[in-house]
Design a binder for this molecule. Structure first.
Ligand SMILES: [Zn+2]
Length: 240
């Protein structure tokens, strides 16, 4: 990883758990307590009011604690600020990379962002806190332009990943000199395929994740330790 190289970080849930964001798929994850069926796009379409009742409970549980970026986020921000990182491609929806200081246009959000709402009818995006505060008990929240119900601007079950983000992530992976995968077990498709795209000659793929990745990935380097310890050490090493 040197200045002038095109380096890309690819982050998953393991980068957010140290900030207190539960991993949806882990054993004591949210799916143990909430029916995943509540988070299907079909459920939103059929009954947006009860969809939002559950969604507000989850938001309260996850975000009332006001999660902050952790040393793993800050290490990637340092690498970005030193010009050693072109972009952060993330499966996380919490906006913590931006909160840590990576500019919006250098964060590729594969699964969207809970801080925004999206109108399924006209496509308008809006600030989630603002709209939900105004909606209060009056569910579902509606679009300021067309009055149709709005959904979180995140990828629900049954929805495709945003095409623009997916395209940009693939392009970055293809062109990258180094892809640094952090906190992802690389098991959720299609996002998981992105580091594999990078797995050609001339590209170095490094993985930092507590659990070993599946054998199908075969990175050049793999460190199965805590991202909040390893990423700062990498940033120290690279930025001197
Ligand atoms: Zn609208």
């Amino acid at each position: 990883m040197e200045e002038g190289d095109l380096n890309v970080a690819f982050t998953g849930a393991g980068v957010s758990t140290a900030s207190g964001i539960p991993d949806f798929r882990s054993e004591d994850g949210l799916w143990e307590r909430y029916d995943p069926g509540n988070f299907r796009i079909g459920r939103f379409r059929e009954d947006p009011e009860s969809f939002w009742e559950t969604m507000l409970e989850v938001r309260k549980e996850v975000f009332d604690a006001d999660p902050e970026p952790n040393p793993a986020h800050d290490a990637l921000t340092r690498l970005y600020e030193k010009g050693c990182l072109e972009a952060v491609v993330t499966q996380n929806v919490d906006g913590l990379h931006q909160q840590s200081g990576v500019p919006d246009d250098a964060v590729v959000e594969l699964h969207g962002n809970t801080e925004r709402l999206a109108c399924v009818s006209c496509g308008r995006r809006a600030d989630a806190d603002e709209v939900l505060e105004n909606a209060a008990e009056d569910l579902p929240p509606v679009c300021g332009d067309c009055g149709e119900p709005v959904k979180p601007d995140t990828v629900l079950f049954g929805e495709r990943l945003p095409e623009g983000a997916l395209y940009r992530a693939r392009e970055l992976a293809r062109k990258a000199d180094v892809v640094l995968v952090a906190g992802s077990s690389l098991t959720v498709e299609p996002a998981a395929s992105i580091p594999r795209i990078a797995d050609g000659p001339g590209t170095t793929v490094g993985v930092v994740n507590l659990d070993p990745t599946p054998t199908s990935v075969s990175p050049d380097y793999e460190i199965n330790e805590d991202v909040t310890e390893v990423l700062p050490a990498i940033a120290d090493e690279v930025t001197g």
